[in-house]
Design a protein around this ligand. Structure first.
Ligand code: ADP
Ligand code: MG
Length: 326
């Protein structure tokens, strides 16, 4: 069913950045504390993701690349409260059907690692393969067998930019995870792990630069079953661009009109003259108050009580921003 997987890949795999997203999310779901991301030619030639997570038992490797085989959900009821990032069991088979793919892994309990290679959907026999505890996924020559898709890939720089942007957003949300990114053999980014609390600002500075952290305000406010925390650029901050806007709901990056409007309104009402306020904000709420599965790839959410959320964000930010003007 290579064809079925290739069709599914049309949804899951748009470009190298979507591969990186799926693979890094799998690593995090497996409890990784460190993820190494090696890229060549913007990820088009190679994406290699190595993690120190729980690994995949040897007898389950073939399952990991078969369709709808997820280890993360046992019943439909679980769908209500998925804590893991993936749960559809589509990513690996889809990616493996449109690339030269290899999955190597070892659990702590296993003495030897194993490796499974898949070439454009054709699965080779399992081989023994030395590997530290954890998992490595290699994706070479993305879309080599689907010329119509390959044609739509952009320049190396552009594809790399998409990957780095997604990793930046992740780095902000998961400061406790160490991320090392290399491109064409050179270390391009190293997000060192930070413990929660005051140290978190260091990760923000690593991701967005001192320009942002030297001109921002820390936010921390809870009430009405909601908590908003993070950093917002001062209304007087010199630089402002649309690419420094990060909003997370229960740890997931989202784009939401209610949220965007509340933030914009708070800035406008303290007489912010820039075009785009910069912010990194985390909203925590009861998972039942928010539907994140509207479309996992599109970062959409649906709040049960939109007006309450709007009001909460607006008031919290307005109060904080206005205090800087006093
Ligand atoms: P999903 O994440 O939706 O379950 P995937 O196709 O992304 O589906 O992965 C299939 C399965 O392979 C996962 O459910 C998991 O059991 C296993 N897996 C994939 N990547 C890793 C990893 N890095 N570490 C451990 N297990 C993994
Ligand atoms: Mg997954």
């Amino acid at each position: 069913d290579t064809l079925v997987n290739q069709i599914a890949a049309g949804e899951v795999v748009e470009r190298p950045a979507s591969v990186v997203k799926e693979l890094v999310e799998n690593a995090l779901d497996a409890g990784a504390t460190r993820v190494d991301i090696d890229l060549e030619e913007g990820g088009i030639r190679l994406i290699r993701i190595r993690d120190d997570g729980g690994g995949i038992p040897a007898d389950e490797l073939p399952l990991a690349i078969s369709r709808h085989a997820t280890s993360k959900i046992a019943s439909l009821d679980d769908l209500e409260e998925v804590a893991t990032l993936g749960f559809r069991g589509e990513a690996l088979p889809s990616i493996a059907s449109v690339s030269r793919f290899a999955l190597s892994s070892r659990t702590a309990a296993q003495e030897h690692g194993v490796r499974l290679e898949v070439d454009g959907g054709k699965v080779a026999p399992l081989q023994p393969h030395p590997h530290p505890a954890g998992t490595t996924v290699e994706v070479r020559d993305l879309f080599f067998n689907v010329p119509a898709r390959r044609k739509f890939l952009r320049a190396e720089r552009t594809e790399l930019g998409h990957i780095e942007e997604w990793l930046r957003s992740l780095a902000l949300a998961r400061p406790e995870v160490e991320l090392r990114i290399s491109h064409n053999g050179r270390l391009s980014r190293h997000y060192k792990p930070v413990r929660d609390g005051a140290e978190r600002a260091r990760r923000v500075a690593e991701a967005l630069g001192e320009e942002f952290t030297s001109q921002c305000l820390a936010i921390e406010h809870a009430g009405a079953g909601l908590r908003l925390h993070g950093w917002v650029g001062l209304p007087t901050a010199a630089r402002s661009s649309a690419d420094q806007q990060y909003f997370y709901v229960n740890g997931r990056a989202v784009r939401d009109r209610t949220v965007a409007h509340a933030v914009r309104q708070a800035y406008a009402d303290v007489l912010f003259h820039g075009r785009y306020p910069a912010f990194v904000l985390f909203l925590e709420c009861d998972p039942r108050q928010v539907d994140v599965n509207v479309h996992p790839a599109k970062h959409e959410v649906r709040f049960r009580e939109q007006r309450l959320v709007h009001e909460f964000i607006y008031r919290t930010l307005h109060e904080a921003l206005a205090s800087t003007r006093a």
